[in-house]
Design a protein around this ligand. Structure first.
Ligand SMILES: C[S@@+](CC[C@H](N)C(=O)[O-])C[C@H]1O[C@@H](n2cnc3c(N)ncnc32)[C@H](O)[C@@H]1O
Length: 291
């Protein structure tokens, strides 16, 4: 136990497990290796605060037991650990200019091409959190498919490493106030009024669910998918990663995109100086260079 920290806690009248220096160093290395998140020395108290709830949920008395769990069974706790120290904040139609570009430029073009080639259309929401991003995509995709009037094999893959986020995405049930970014027309069209245990909540329409496949995936581990994807959204995810981790990830995304295929990043993320395989084509929209 870290004596200074425990004294501080006692002085502050707080009780609870204290994250020792050695345990914090172990967690830093673990989180960097498995989640790509580089925690600075200054994050010691923050990590302790965020993980106390996990210890309680697991019925563990101290951080030594928690570190032991990570050593013996890293995969079982990885998602929860990553969720605890990062954020799952998301929203329907977050960064709406991305959905406008998809609706007005990209989807009509791709669907026209697919009509000719009889090909599949695939979009990947990498780091999908609780599902608002892939279901927003599903709305614009379903509407574009309807306008195009032909049956096209179109799907959205939605992945994340957080078990809690994935469970929420799978459920597709949201408090009404979460629908803030959704127009009245779309609320009416793509959500059902919840009943029974979901009374007062909004349930994603089964037609949208059919378009979305939700799966666990750590972006730092192996990917089972071969691609190609017509587009990849990885928004507000790489913000936690250090430069080498971002560079490697962008190289891997490039392998799964065709020439000209777009990669969407979050509002505060950039590829500047990290990849020469992409070029900027819009607000945080990049495309794989056409050689
Ligand atoms: C802030 S949310 C962004 C959600 C959505 N993309 C958006 O922009 O609204 C970041 C998500 O990335 C996920 N994430 C972080 N590191 C990850 C990793 N190594 N592999 C997969 N998902 C990760 C988190 O679990 C979280 O759900």
């Amino acid at each position: 136990m870290n004596a200074v920290a425990s004294q501080d806690q006692a002085t502050a009248g707080l009780t609870g497990p204290v994250l020792g220096d050695d345990e914090f160093q172990f967690l830093r290395t673990f989180v960097y290796q498995h989640c790509g998140i580089a925690l600075s020395e200054q994050k010691h108290q923050l990590v302790q605060g965020r993980l106390v709830r996990r210890l309680r949920a697991l019925g563990l008395k101290g951080f030594d037991a928690y570190c032991q769990l990570l050593r013996t069974d890293p995969d079982s706790e990885l998602g929860e650990l990553a969720s605890a120290i990062s954020t799952n904040v998301t929203a329907f139609f977050r960064e709406v200019h991305h959905f406008e570009a998809l609706t007005n430029e990209m989807l009509p073009r791709w669907l026209e091409q697919k009509r000719r080639e009889g090909d599949r259309l695939r979009i990947w929401s990498a780091g999908c959190s609780s599902g608002e991003e892939p279901y927003s995509l599903a709305m614009v995709l379903a509407e574009a498919l309807e306008r195009c009037g032909r049956s096209i094999d179109a799907k959205i893959l939605a992945t994340d490493l957080s078990p809690a986020a994935l469970a929420a995405a799978q459920k597709g049930v949201y408090p009404i106030e979460r629908l803030e970014g959704v127009s009245a027309e779309r609320r009416h069209r793509w959500f059902l009024r919840g009943e029974g245990e979901y009374a007062g909540l909004a349930c994603v329409h089964p037609k949208l669910r059919e378009l979305v496949t939700i799966a666990p995936l750590n972006l730092l581990h192996d990917w089972p998918m071969q691609g190609p994807f017509d587009a990849i959204l990885c928004r507000n995810v790489v913000i936690y990663f250090d430069q080498p981790t971002k560079q490697k990830l962008f190289r891997r995304f490039a392998r799964l995109l065709p020439a000209g295929g777009p990669l969407f990043l979050g509002h505060s993320e950039s590829m500047h100086g990290l990849s020469d395989e992409f070029e900027l084509i819009g607000r945080t929209i990049y495309r794989k260079k056409i050689a």
